[in-house]
Ligand binder design. Sequence first.
Ligand code: CUA
Length: 333
Amino acid sequence: MKGGLGGSLPIVGTEVARSWDHLYIFLVALSLFFFILVVGGMIYFAIKYRAGRPGKTSYIEGNVPLEIAWTVVPTVLLLVIFAWGWFVYRKMVEAPPNSYEVRVIGKQWLWQFIYDDGRTTTGDLFVPVSKPVKLIMTSEDVLHSFFVPNFRVKQDVVPGLYTTVWFEATVTGKHHIFCAEYCGAAHSGMLGSVVVLNDEDWEAWKKGKPISLAGASEGAGPGGGATAAGSPAGAVDSLVAKGEILTKTKGCIACHSADGSQRIGPSYKGLFGHDVELADGSKVKADENYLRESIENPAAKVVKGFNPVMPVFKGQLSESEMAALIAYIKSVK
Ligand code: CUA
């Protein structure tokens, strides 16, 4: 197995996992060094200057070089740990722009995944190997935390908000997903797997073919192989198409155009990823969380030049509808 530190760490399923392991091993080694230095010194002096021994130690008032050393050395070490951690953290949180996006909904007590073709799976997340995958996550009820030990990635999943995490899996097969935030009675049973497929299996899965993963489960824990599940492709609309239908059934298009034309509300065209000027003169970037807030509570950030007339949609859309709607708005370039 490719586990670090004599196999006591989980297998290394991503590049960032390797980076975390190096930092972790450094911290353990550093702690071990100072533990031996301090405890070893303590034991040595306790024996050497034990009670009943003849003679007395000289009285020491201070030692400037020593005091400088024990101030400067730990300071430098802590700064190195901080910089190193910051470097790896940035690598972990900043998804490449070409990432394959999957929507994740956490709820008591399961994980649900929504793909760009509109398919959903529960428990198992299917992803291609050696391609960056970005998860856009939210919760339907309480706080959860999405944790894949083999990938060394963990991120809180929060109701009413989108958080993201990304990874580029290097080992095909199944990798455990845990919920790492206590979320109620069956928290410990809120499990799943990232199923990393090779190019051939991924193409087959995208086309909705059933694929057998027996023998492809190098990263698997107990359980081993899996059969790719999920609703068949083609039987459902893509996520973007679902969102577009929702703009009609929920009445959005009465006020918001997709072609840039002016109606009562701002157009979707070219909105996502750009700065929006608000009525109070401030600017906000149109990302997933901005769109969500503007749908649920439109009065929170009113766009300059428009009146706050949109009704509140909080509680009127399910999380999967919200995901589809935002995916559609995002697609209107
Ligand atoms: Cu969900 Cu713990």
